[in-house]
Design a protein around this ligand. Structure first.
Ligand SMILES: *Cc1c(COP(=O)(O)O)cnc(C)c1O
Length: 429
């Protein structure tokens, strides 16, 4: 631990790394190995029994991933983190690291499309029920909580209309009912917002988006705040002896590591026995992204705000949503949670509705028409026909998805070029 508590900009470059002892390499090396040598049989036995912590097999641990995990834990103010093969895996394995068949989750409804489908169609196949509630409707959340509820789930900025979750309001309810609050913070990397400061217990990021930041790979991470008490018997997975781990009870038998029981269980059950491992080469790419994250998020946010202000004044634009825009329905929450910038996403509609929206995305220069967000390059998509097309019309409406919605992920190009591309295409529609 440094004597002086470092700022996020410094942690983004240094946290979690000690120079490689063999080579003194300055950059983080990529450890391309499947397994690690034991000093002798006793050493191997101690590692397997968790009497000593150390590397065994790269499905569950790798020194490159370890740097990424420690760095994100430091940035988010958490106690531990675990990288996984995708943001989707991070969501799925977080939930199944707490809930089992018969349990229930209460989630905000305004979710990333893939997560909505997981909650609506996949988890029920495992007899896990998800109760959806409108974001920030705390009365609805309380009505949805029952004796089987085991967690609350929100996104910091939701899909598709970019509402901002009132994290402190959710964490107050989570505390009242003794439930962990899981926050998908993909749209607001930790240099913009640190949900743990507002009471989140677990923070999830898709690394594929702004943290990686260059549209170069798929990965996810879960940060464990290390403060949830899992010894409440309703969390059966933490209180009953684990058959897969010689009878270990995660809430009781971990000694000093008890605060990070969630992260340790996710590694020793999730990664070890279910296998959603992030490759070290991908972890290395994401570390490069983290190093410039503070700089990039500031520019993404400034560019997105300028785009939102430009669109609002344009006569062919019927509506625009950006949490950082004065007068936006989410503006007051953005003022509270997103003082350092409201991120890179802007959504809007145009005169001529869905047809005009499709014409616009098909004709714009500079922006790439594709299903991703958080690239350094500007991206565009018509959500209704693509990312959220799996949702019924009803679910689309409940999530606030208008058929004319155009989604922008505003990149790091010069702002005049970004606005120029919008100006040119708006002339045509
Ligand atoms: C992209 C995304 C995910 C899924 O992440 P992948 O890395 O694509 O699996 C989850 N939540 C949000 C908010 C996302 O934007």
């Amino acid at each position: 631990m440094p004597k002086r508590p470092y700022h996020l900009e410094t942690l983004a470059l240094h946290a979690g790394q000690e120079a490689d002892p063999a080579t003194m390499a300055r950059a983080v090396p990529v450890y391309r190995t499947t397994a690690y040598k034991f000093r002798n049989s006793k050493h191997g036995a101690d590692l397997f029994a968790l009497r000593e912590l150390g590397n065994i097999y790269a499905r569950l641990m790798n020194p490159t991933n370890d740097v990424l995990e420690k760095r994100l834990a430091a940035l988010d103010g958490g106690a531990a983190a675990l990288s996984l093969a995708s943001g989707t895996a991070a969501v799925y394995f977080s939930i199944t690291n707490i809930l089992r068949s018969g349990d229930e989750l209460v989630s905000a409804v305004n979710l990333y499309g893939g997560t909505y489908t997981m909650f609506d169609a996949i988890l029920p196949q495992q007899d896990i029920t998800v109760r959806f509630t409108p974001v920030n409707d705390f009365a609805a959340v309380e009505r949805a909580i029952n004796a089987r509820t085991r967690a609350l789930f929100i996104e910091t900025i939701g899909n598709p209309v970019l509402d901002v979750a009132d994290i402190a309001g959710y964490s107050a309810l989570a505390a009242k009912y003794h439930l962990p609050l899981i926050v998908d913070a993909t749209f607001t990397p930790p240099t913009l917002l640190r949900p743990i400061e507002y009471g989140a217990d677990l923070v999830i990021h898709s690394l594929s988006k702004w943290i990686g930041g260059h549209g170069i790979g798929i990965g996810g991470i879960v940060v464990d705040a290390g403060k949830f008490d899992w010894s409440d018997p309703k969390f059966v997975l933490y209180n009953e002896p684990d058959r897969g781990y010689h009878g270990l009870r995660f809430a009781h038998d971990l000694g000093d590591l008890t605060p990070v029981a969630f992260a340790l269980r996710l590694r020793t059950v999730g990664l070890r026995n279910q296998g959603p491992t992030l490759a070290p080469d991908a972890a290395w790419q994401f570390i490069q992204g983290v190093e410039t994250l503070p700089l990039r998020m500031a520019v993404h946010s400034a560019n997105a705000l300028a785009v939102a202000e430009y669109l609002r004044k344009h006569p062919k634009v019927t509506w625009v949503r950006y949490p950082g825009l004065i007068g936006d329905p989410a503006y007051h929450l953005a003022q509270q949670y997103l003082k350092k910038g409201a991120g890179g996403m802007v959504v809007f509609g145009v005169v001529g509705g869905e047809e005009a929206a499709i014409k616009l995305v098909d004709n714009i220069e500079l922006f790439s028409l594709l299903a991703n967000v958080g690239d350094a390059k500007s991206l565009i998509i018509h959500s209704g026909s693509t990312t959220h097309s799996q949702l019924s019309e009803e679910a689309q409406a409940a999530g606030g998805l208008f058929p004319d919605l155009i989604r922008l992920s505003v990149g790091l190009e010069h702002i005049d070029d970004i606005i120029g591309a919008l100006e040119d295409v708006l002339e045509k529609v």
